[in-house]
Design a protein around this ligand. Structure first.
Ligand code: ZN
Length: 165
């Protein structure tokens, strides 16, 4: 009588997966233009940096924007947006809470992030892992970009005291 082996190897393992890391999947990074069929391209360096950021913060991160397809990028025509098309940029937000300062500070501690853009009012952070020896930091407001030095970041989070004249 034939008996099936009790511990046959599972063949359930999928050949492909949407999962990129412990906390992120390709779905998080798909193009949201609504015209392409959710195209996606994302560098593992970016995912690694975001995973590290999530670990350090111990908080969930929402990816608001990941990959942008050629058509989506074309509408904006800015160099910064090109990093989205290259799959090395993401716009993120903490899923809960009001700890944008901690988010920014933690992102600064991760060397992979070479481009860091702060949308302070909406508490949204742009991060990219462009190939660059130097890090660029800027404040973004109404599509206006102001480069800032890392040492000056704190001043954007504290109320400036002014003498009453
Ligand atoms: Zn698209």
């Amino acid at each position: 009588m034939k008996s099936s082996r009790p511990f046959s190897k599972s063949k359930k393992k999928k050949r492909w997966t949407l999962k990129l890391s412990d906390h992120f999947s390709k779905r998080d990074f798909v193009c949201r233009c609504g015209k392409c069929n959710q195209l996606v391209k994302v560098s593992l360096g970016l995912v690694g940096g975001l995973e590290w950021l999530r670990e350090k913060l111990g908080q969930r991160i929402t990816i608001l924007k990941g990959y942008m397809c050629a058509d989506a990028v074309d509408q904006h025509r800015s160099l910064r947006r090109n990093f989205y098309h290259m799959g090395v940029a993401a716009q993120i937000k903490l899923e809960t809470g009001n700890q944008f300062y901690e988010l920014v500070k933690t992102a600064l501690s991760i060397p992979e992030f070479k481009g860091i853009g702060l949308h302070i009012e909406s508490q949204v952070l742009h991060l990219d892992t462009r190939k660059s020896p130097e890090r660029l930091i800027w404040i973004e407001k109404n599509d206006e970009v102001t480069p800032i030095a890392e040492a000056d970041i704190d001043s954007y989070f504290t109320i400036q005291s002014q003498p009453i004249s």
